[in-house]
Each structure stands twice: as structure tokens, then as C-alpha cells.
Design a protein around this ligand. Sequence first.
Ligand code: S3P
Length: 431
Amino acid sequence: MRVPGDKSISHRALILGALAAGRTTVSGMLEGDDILATAGALRALGAQIERGKDGRWLVDGPGLGALREPASVLDLGNSGTGARLMMGVVANHPFTSFFAGDASLCKRPMSRVAEPLRRMGAQILSRSGNRLPLAVTGSDEPTPIEYTLPVPSAQVKSAILLAGLGTSGETTVIEPEATRDHTERMLRRFGATVRVSDEMIDGKKMRRITVVGEPELRPSAVVVPGDPSSAAFLAVAALILPGSEVRIENVGMNPLRTGLFDSLLEMGADIRFENQREKDDEPTADMIVRASVLKAIKVPASRAPSMIDEYPIFAVAAALARGTTRMEGLAELKVKESDRLSAIAKGLRACGGKVAEDGDALTVEGSGGALPGGANVDAALDHRIAMAFLIAGLASKSAVTVEGTETIATSFPGFAALMEGLGATLASPNR
Ligand code: S3P
């Protein structure tokens, strides 16, 4: 099987397509609600974006610095990536853009992007707590900055780099912990100069990323690989359901995204990677996953950035493993589409799992077999919580009910049909 296109890469392809004058094509793009919301925001700013008959998306960008003031509110729906990257995009355009989102996005912290963008000259007025709705008035003379990320976040890094694109001079982000580098890779592909180096700062190895402002961006033909964060659900389902074997083709293998697979291999998972190749600046591979007996491990905090979106489904795997799994350094999980740390703990407990939260760590006592199940889990506008607990249901003695599964369409349209095609039984009153 194949999974839908990578969400992070799809956002960036549309955004850079809009910032490069001329036609960019995007193949394999995720057609999920998050990406369609970013497309809508870019259209409101003057880009033409449409789906071609062959399924490729066509982006006709007005070009860097040529976006126009949007006549309506930019509604980024459920997407933190869409909101934060687009704040960076408009930060150097001298007009005001209003940002809105759904109830989940309106709870998420925006100071992490607002603070550096203000330093670059943008004015940002927000609801209390630096939350959406908010307005960004871009600067006509933005200043380049050098900024050390206070939280490991590819969204914040990308917002600053995108703002740096339209800023004369060099803008630098310093990362104490490396996060996904899709923006850097794609900026280069569109013709921007990006320098990346590792250096010791205060006795710690950090990554320095510099973008040279005001480049001549050239449009590109982007091919989006399958999303490893979506493949994660199928891989774990195959591992925990005895007798399963799945082959997932063309999955993105960017090493800053594959922490889940490293962890599962450590647990004894039977996962093989074939056809490893580097296509369009991103590595990909086919994965063959077979049901396995999983043994508990300790997941170090240093691995968190490379599996940040995978903890909900990883915790389900841990709940079925033999032994007690501990995950550390999970503070960022509290500010995702939901408070994932508590959503994971609550959901697993409701399914009969044994879980302890302490600070930013989670300990899951594995059952070594099927969970009792029988739970009713509220997805709380969080697609990954919804999918993780549907998979937990497949591995439980009694069915698990998930409320609010519409949210799955943000990242994995067709999830239910694909799981049913693999033999899962999913019942829904709405279908
Ligand atoms: C993303 C970065 C991560 C991740 C999100 C997508 C991106 O968020 O959780 O799903 O595309 O840059 P943070 O940057 O907040 O860690």
C-alpha cells in the first residue's frame, strides 16, 4: 500500500511555490484539510493554486515580496504548521493579515513565533496568551536576526527562515536540538542559499542554519514522498496484530523523522527497508513490517524531535509490549493539537493499560498481549489521538470507540478505507 503525501513537505511545497514567480508543480501532495487550508491562505495572498487533471497540483506564485493584502481572514483550520509558517511568510510584507483557526489551534502557543518575528520588525497583535486569532502587520524594512530556538520546533525555525527570505542580509537560526529539515532542503531546491553547520556553543553541539535573504527563487517540480507519520499507524498495527504483514511503498525516510522506526527496531520489531533512494532531496524507502513480539525500551529525550508526532501510536505499541517502557522529554506533547501527554495516558487507562505520567515523562507498563479495550475515547480535535486509539481498538478484546474521527482528514484522508482494505473492522454510525 501507499500512504498519503508528507504533510510537512506538502505545506512547504505550496508555500515556496507561491514565493517563486512562475509555475511550480507538486506531485503526491497530501490532500488533507491542513494542506487545503494553507492553499486557501496562499490564494488569499495572490497565488493561484489548483489541482490538475493528472492529480498534480499547479502553483502559480506571484513571487517573493509580491503577495497582496488578503481581503479575508486566513483560516488555517487545525494546522499549527500552516499558521506558524504563514506568519513567517507575511512578516516581511507591509500589510496586515488576520489569522484564525479551529478550537484546537486557538489554544496553541504562538509567542514562540511572534517573539522572533517581532524582532525582525513585524507587529503582531493577538488574543491573550499570544493565541489565535491574531493579526500580523509585516515590516517593509525587515531586519535579519540570529536566533537561538528556546524550544525544539521545526515550525518556529521555518517561520524565521521564511521571514528571512524576504529580508535583506543573512538570517540565522541556532538549534540546540536538530529538528526536521524539510524547509532547508526545499529552500535549496528553489534556488535559495542555505548554509548549515554544526558547532560547539557553550560546550554543546548546536546546528547553525543561515538563509541568505532576497534570493531569485525559481519554480520547481516537487515530488512529495509518503508521510512516515502516517505510515507509523500502519506499521504499528501490523506489528501488534498477530499474523500481519504489510508493505508500505515510498515512505519518507528523512533521518530527522524516523525516530519511531529506530525505537520499534530496538523493541525487536521485524521491519525491513527496501529500495532506499534519495528522490527530490528527500530519502525514501519501501517498508515491510511483520507482526512481532515487542520488548520494552527506554526512549531518551534526545530522540523526541525525530518522533515527536509518533508518541501516541508508539505508546499503543508500548502498552502491548513485554515490560515497562519509559519515554522522556515529552514537554512539547502538551502543546500539540491536544495535550497529547494527558490524552495518551487517559486513553490507554480507559483501554485497561497501566500508565504513569511524571513531569514530562511517560511510563507504560506493557500487557504483553491484547488490551481489555471497551473504552470511549474523545479525539479532542487531534487526528493522531484518533488514529492511535482506533489501532488500539484493533488490538483490544472489546471494541474501542473514538469520538470525533472527522479530524483524521487533516492528515490521513482515506484512513478508514485503507484499514478496512487491510482487514480491519471499523463501524461508524456516520458511514
Ligand atoms: C512540523 C513540526 C512539528 C510537528 C508538526 C509538523 C513541521 O511541530 O509536530 O506536526 O511541519 O514543521 P513543532 O515544530 O511544533 O515541533
